[in-house]
Design a protein around this ligand. Structure first.
Ligand code: SF4
Length: 112
């Protein structure tokens, strides 16, 4: 038997063992980790004053969210919000590929 065949067998054996070592339950966690939630520390998020909890917005810095009308602004009633598959989180046209909190807010809020 050639060294190449032995090496190939070893590779296949290692690959099968490694594959079997990943429990099926871990797959949703891996997929979920790929479902990126927007970080409040993201530079673009910071630039627009995005927060996961709109009630914590500094209204002196962002007066658009001040007053009775402003206090009703949330991501889930923003025109740019795209309801997601994950409860309480969805997409946003401003932050492509990221999920924003339905009860969040940023200064780009647009009435739906
Ligand atoms: S643009 Fe709208 S949906 Fe997107 S983060 Fe700002 S308020 Fe939320």
């Amino acid at each position: 038997m050639s060294n190449t065949k032995i090496a190939r067998r070893g590779f296949l054996r290692t690959t099968l063992v490694a594959g079997a070592a990943i429990p099926l339950g871990a797959i949703p966690i891996i997929l979920k980790a790929d479902n990126h939630r927007l970080s409040e520390d993201d530079a673009a998020a910071k630039g627009l004053g995005y927060l996961h909890d709109a009630t914590k917005v500094d209204t002196t810095k962002y007066p658009r969210r001040a007053g009775e009308a402003g206090s009703k602004q949330f991501c889930d009633n923003c025109q740019l919000y795209q309801a997601g598959s994950e409860d309480g989180w969805g997409g946003c046209a401003i932050f492509p590929g990221k999920q924003v909190n339905a009860k969040g807010w940023c200064n780009a809020w647009v009435s739906a």
